[in-house]
Design a protein around this ligand. Structure first.
Ligand SMILES: [Fe+2]
Ligand SMILES: [Fe+2]
Length: 189
């Protein structure tokens, strides 16, 4: 694994200034959440910094890489290829020898849609992406507050906010988002 300053430089070169600022914020937020829940703070910071590694890639490139490595999970991903940046990013980080840490790579692969079997570390990266301070939506502060109290409650709220956002903006909704939302809701039954 390369050192953190090198990683920052790599990310700064790959991303727009706004997206790079977002990555730095996610890294800080992930580190704080990791501290709160007794997870590895250094790995959380790294995962936050790297989570959008493939975010700047063109749609066709995301599809080509995803097809090459059998990363397509649902045909809807051809219509919303940006969703692939999570799985493609994790794959490229390994290929580019940035990190081979499976805790970090799994959390990055799951940061857009979540997963049926998320570790607390996965949830921390997923939530840090949604609650970092430059995110601008009405319930961000509320979700931020819940995220530091109970990870599963925050996951449910975060997934439902994502679903509402898709409905309000007539955006395609990935079936996995609904599946994962149901899993977190079932935990409350
Ligand atoms: Fe992302
Ligand atoms: Fe992000």
């Amino acid at each position: 694994m390369v050192n953190i300053e090198k990683i920052k430089n790599i990310m700064q070169e790959r991303l727009s200034p706004t997206r790079y600022a977002h990555s730095r914020n996610v890294a800080e937020e992930a580190k704080n959440l990791a501290k709160n829940y007794g997870e590895n703070m250094d790995k959380a910071y790294l995962a936050g910094m790297l989570h959008d590694y493939a975010k700047g890639l063109a749609a066709q490139k995301l599809i080509t890489i995803a097809e090459k490595h059998d990363l397509i999970e649902d045909k809807i991903e051809y219509l919303i290829p940006d969703i692939l940046h999570a799985r493609v990013g994790a794959r490229l980080l390994r290929e580019d020898k940035i990190t081979s840490d499976s805790l970090i790579l799994t959390a990055i692969a799951r940061h857009t849609l979540g997963d049926a079997n998320m570790s607390d570390f996965d949830k921390i990266i997923f939530l840090a992406d949604l609650i970092e301070p430059s995110r601008d939506y009405p319930l961000r502060e509320r979700l931020h507050c819940i995220a530091y109290k109970q990870l599963d409650d925050a996951m449910l709220v975060g997934l439902e906010l994502t679903i509402k956002h898709c409905l309000d903006n007539k955006r395609l909704l990935h079936p996995k988002t609904i599946q994962v939302r149901n899993i977190f809701l079932e935990k409350q039954y």
